[in-house]
Design a protein around this ligand. Structure first.
Ligand SMILES: [Zn+2]
Ligand SMILES: [Zn+2]
Length: 242
């Protein structure tokens, strides 16, 4: 009985979003996660610059970190787009995440506010950054540590890249999109116009792998999570207005 399952999910979705707007705990949690993530990033930056690494390795390290960031964040996006556990402990956050498909364009904001707001969605990044900090204290290989720290920072920057892709028409942004440093709409439009495609959002360089994983293990969002907000009438959270 797929139709009754979907209407139950639609009800659960609406209930979750009602909680999101009524109970300050949820939006305050986003703020707290942002503050923790950015504090950990600020602690890790001086550690990154103190590492002894040959200049020759800087470009390869940046490339590996860029690829890994694109890939890891794309995988989290893939998982979240298929997560419909709206009645679970984290259900309110899952429901609010899905609204990025309902209204892909963000409310305009400066990129520092976007960096802060969107870092609050990244619960997994708290665990990741804490792990990297512990590894830094333990003293691991400097090349590996540099890559891990860069992934932790670029993961927040990826959200800015996605924002610029949807909201910016500036010439300098178009330039960086054109040379593949940040996400271009030419690449990203497949995610919103089609189904189960192009989840990566730093610059999309890892989508050739993520698309294969998605097509093998996931069914897509157009007939699943995208249906769950069809009867949602409330305010959008596409810029997580906090
Ligand atoms: Zn998505
Ligand atoms: Zn998008």
């Amino acid at each position: 009985m797929p139709s009754s399952k979907i209407s139950l999910k639609q009800q659960e979705f609406n209930d979750a979003m009602k909680k999101y707007h009524k109970i300050p705990f949820y939006q305050n949690t986003y703020k707290l996660i942002s503050i923790i993530n950015i504090t950990l990033q600020i602690i890790l930056v001086p550690i990154l610059f103190s590492l002894s690494i040959s200049y020759i390795l800087i470009i390869p390290i940046l490339f590996v970190a860029y690829f890994l960031t694109d890939f890891i964040n794309g995988l989290v996006h893939l998982y979240m787009d298929h997560n419909d556990n709206y009645s679970s402990f984290l259900g309110v956050f899952i429901a609010s995440f899905h609204l990025h498909h309902k209204t892909p364009e963000y409310k305009n904001n400066n990129i520092f506010a976007i960096y802060f707001n969107e870092s609050g969605m990244k619960f997994w990044l708290v665990i990741y950054l804490l792990g990297v900090l512990i590894l830094a204290i333990l003293g691991i290989n400097h090349i590996l540590l540099a890559i891990l720290i860069l992934v932790g920072i670029l993961s927040s920057f990826a959200e800015v890249s996605h924002y610029l892709c949807h909201n910016s028409k500036s010439k300098s942004v178009k330039f960086f999109q054109g040379i593949g440093i940040i996400l271009s709409m030419k690449h990203h439009k497949n995610h919103h116009n089609e189904d189960n495609n192009s989840y990566a959002f730093l610059n999309g360089m890892s989508d050739f792998i993520i698309d294969k994983i998605a097509h093998t293990f996931y069914s897509g969002y157009k007939n699943n999570s995208d249906k769950h907000y069809e009867h949602y009438q409330g305010e959008d959270t596409s810029n997580r207005t906090i």
